[in-house]
Design a protein around this ligand. Structure first.
Ligand SMILES: [Zn+2]
Ligand SMILES: [Zn+2]
Ligand SMILES: [Zn+2]
Length: 254
């Protein structure tokens, strides 16, 4: 499986419009962060976890010409706002796009993309085939996804474990039952928003504590704000088994 970070930024992205801080002004390509999402290439299958507002640019950048399914963590706009652009894959592949999310996520998609679910549809709209998922493992195109329920303030969010790889974005609490599901994971991706505490995301210190508890071989942080600091400077502070992810970074998982 090859994992590609399509985006590693928080909801505003980095740089933030109009911001003149050193991170937003940085020339380091690793300080340019699209909204967070992931591409998974497994055998000959191609999946994305979330389709944020930068989805089109991300798929163009990575030259991804095929997509077999979209899997959603939750329905916040920074994770769903690019869904209309799956039209490209509807046209290319001649299929309705399978989309996986919880009941709450699917309900929200039906509201936000009402035109795609209308009785009489305008030609050229995205064709979506919603599948409801729960906390039990599910299979997409023969690949098993294990949901990792976490809390994002009061909102339930799903992370996902695929084999020895686990992805958790948008969390400020990991329940013990999910810690059990994370046991033995070798690669862990976790949100680390900024240095200061935040109401709905782990900050850097909390994310490091979670890594110490989960004990993966390697952890990568994502969903990063401009307030975290320059990529190169933060990297120097981190333990050996922890790195910041950046846009376009790839992991070969097996
Ligand atoms: Zn800034
Ligand atoms: Zn969120
Ligand atoms: Zn988010």
């Amino acid at each position: 499986m090859i994992v590609t970070f399509l985006g590693t930024g928080t909801s505003q992205g980095v740089p933030v419009i109009g911001c003149e801080c050193p991170v937003c002004q940085s020339l380091d390509y690793r300080d340019k962060r699209f909204r967070s999402s992931l591409h998974l290439s497994i055998k000959d299958k191609s999946f994305v976890i979330d389709t944020g507002p930068d989805f089109r640019q991300q798929m163009l950048r990575e030259n991804i010409k095929r997509l077999d399914a979209v899997i959603f963590t939750h329905a916040h706009r920074d994770h769903t706002a690019g869904l209309d652009d799956v039209r490209a894959y509807n046209f290319l592949q001649g299929i309705d796009m399978p989309v996986y999310g919880t009941d709450e996520t699917c309900d929200q998609l039906r509201i936000e993309y009402a035109y795609a679910f209308a009785k009489e549809v305008y030609p050229g709209i995205p064709r979506l085939n919603l599948h409801t998922i729960h906390e039990q493992p599910f299979t997409v195109e023969g690949i098993e996804f294990i949901p990792l329920p976490v809390m994002h303030l009061r909102m339930p969010v799903l992370g996902f474990r695929i084999g020895n790889f686990s992805y958790i974005t948008d969390a400020n609490h990991i329940p013990e039952s999910t810690h059990d599901k994370l046991k033995g994971t070798e690669i862990l991706v976790l949100n680390a928003l900024q240095r200061e505490p935040h109401i709905s995301h782990f900050n850097l210190q909390e994310a490091l504590l979670a890594v110490e508890k989960i004990k993966p071989k390697k952890a990568y942080f994502t969903h990063i704000s401009h307030k975290l600091g320059l990529h190169a400077a933060v990297e120097r502070e981190l333990p050996d088994n922890v790195s910041l992810a950046f846009d376009g970074f790839q992991i070969n998982c097996w």
